[in-house]
Design a protein around this ligand. Sequence first.
Ligand code: ZN
Length: 83
Amino acid sequence: MAQEEKPTEEKKEVKKKIEKTGKKPHKNKPASKKYKHYKVEGDEVKRDKYCPRCGPGTFLAKHKARVYCGKCHYTEFMKEEAK
Ligand SMILES: [Zn+2]
């Protein structure tokens, strides 16, 4: 069965070439910004304001005078004139 060895070797070479061309240089992804909404102080975990409709875990994006939920489009306006 020495004839069967040759074609398998050729197949391996073709596979290696395909792997080389298909690979892209690996880049490290930046960590999710979701973790920035959590802060650990001592034994307590402090969370940012979350969406009242989506529940804890869905945080509100902060804008100039409002907070906004990107999931359900909930918007809450803040009163900044209380000085
Ligand atoms: Zn929401």
